[in-house]
Design a binder for this molecule. Structure first.
Ligand SMILES: Cc1ncc(COP(=O)(O)O)c(C=O)c1O
Length: 353
């Protein structure tokens, strides 16, 4: 059976048409490689970031989100420091130990059922500060949107930033889905990130319509000094930089980012409603952005995945009747028909089991 649309992840979707046009437009003539001498594409894209985040920022384009996280955080710490993050954080679980290899530091993981971490969980770790036998907590890393589809409020981010700073730590935000979070909070990037006191942000693009490209944004220029050398040494200096830059320039023009993320978030809400109509299922997390987490009976998972692929998020039996928690992601190109198709496939599989 041929697979229809996938709900596996928002990077299973293609590149949105506006970005394809921007790439084609950038594909004319020559431009300085590596974004050097500030080729016009890179200069214009950086200006868009300044318009969105404020004057005192610095931004560096990289190829993927793992690199944005690892390089961004590594610029703030030494190997004897520790990063505090949720156990479920991409940085902790899904980067194949890249932080441990490339930063060489310890990750202190905190349990969290909704993907968020709280100041009260971090406080006990402060006892290590100044104790030479312990790795020194130096960066708090949160994901916005979290890996469980939830979104930190602006106040929650500010509380974490204030706590970090009052204990000589930094706050990093993994913003692979930052656009979906901004739409969810009806906020702009400046009020959610710059004004709350975030130090470094991994700004995602690939999951919301770009072909490739992410950005490391330092919200305080002083923190970014010499980052260009770290990026190059970290093998993330893209040679045809104009193609990342041109995508970001378009992405941050005419609210394309907002349009794409709004569609994905809206469809996730619709998907949640459809899932709630099926009595045997249970939505397991608040649907704040573009991910819907659902408890599904194990017996139907393989059947449904033949047509609409998705990931099992938690293999241990949970929810009522020991079901498995799966993640259904909507992207900029998910449609109501896709949601209806998935709903029908689930109902049919339930009827047959
Ligand atoms: C929360 C989060 N952070 C970062 C990433 C970056 O991943 P990649 O290195 O695949 O671009 C992802 C991708 O799945 C993600 O979900």
């Amino acid at each position: 059976m041929k697979m229809k649309k996938s709900f596996a992840s928002d990077n299973w979707s293609g590149t949105c048409p506006e970005i394809m046009t921007a790439l084609a437009d950038a594909n004319k003539g020559h431009a300085e490689a590596y974004g050097e001498l500030d080729d016009v594409f890179t200069a214009r894209a950086k200006q868009k970031f300044i318009e969105n985040f404020g004057e005192d920022i610095d931004v560096f384009f990289v190829y993927n989100g793992t690199a944005a996280n690892v390089l961004g955080v590594s610029h703030l710490i030494n190997s004897y420091h520790a990063i505090v993050a949720a156990r479920s954080a991409h940085l902790n679980e899904d980067e194949c130990g890249a932080p441990e290899k490339f930063i060489g530091c310890k990750l202190l993981e905190l349990e969290s059922t909704d993907g968020k971490i709280q100041v009260r969980q971090i406080k006990p770790l402060l006892k290590s500060i100044g104790f030479q036998h312990h790795a020194q907590p130096k960066v708090i890393s949160i994901s916005q949107v979290t890996e469980m589809g939830t979104v930190y409020s602006i106040d929650e981010i500010k509380e974490l930033a204030d706590f970090a700073h009052s204990n000589s730590m930094f706050l990093h935000v993994d913003g692979a889905r930052i656009a979906n979070a901004a739409v969810s909070l009806n906020a702009d990037f400046k009020s959610m990130i710059t004004d709350t006191g975030v130090d470094v942000l991994s700004f995602g693009g690939t999951k919301n319509g770009l072909m490739f490209g992410e950005a490391v944004v330092f919200l305080n220029k002083g923190l970014a000094v010499d980052f260009e050398y770290r990026r190059k040494q970290g093998m993330q200096l893209h040679s045809k930089m104009r193609f990342i830059a041109a995508q970001f320039e378009r992405y941050l023009t005419d609210d394309l980012w907002r349009e794409n993320a709004s569609r994905a978030n809206l469809l996730a809400k619709h998907l949640e409603e459809e899932m709630n109509k099926i009595p045997q299922l249970e939505v397991s997390q608040d649907v704040n952005a573009n991910g819907v987490f659902v408890y599904l009976p194990e017996a139907i998972i393989e059947k449904v995945r033949e047509k609409y692929f998705f990931h099992v998020w938690n293999e241990s039996p949970q929810g009522k009747d020991g079901m498995k928690e799966v993640r259904l992601m909507c992207s900029w190109d998910t449609t109501k028909d896709d949601v209806a198709g998935l709903g029908n496939e689930i109902k049919e599989a339930l009827g047959n089991c």
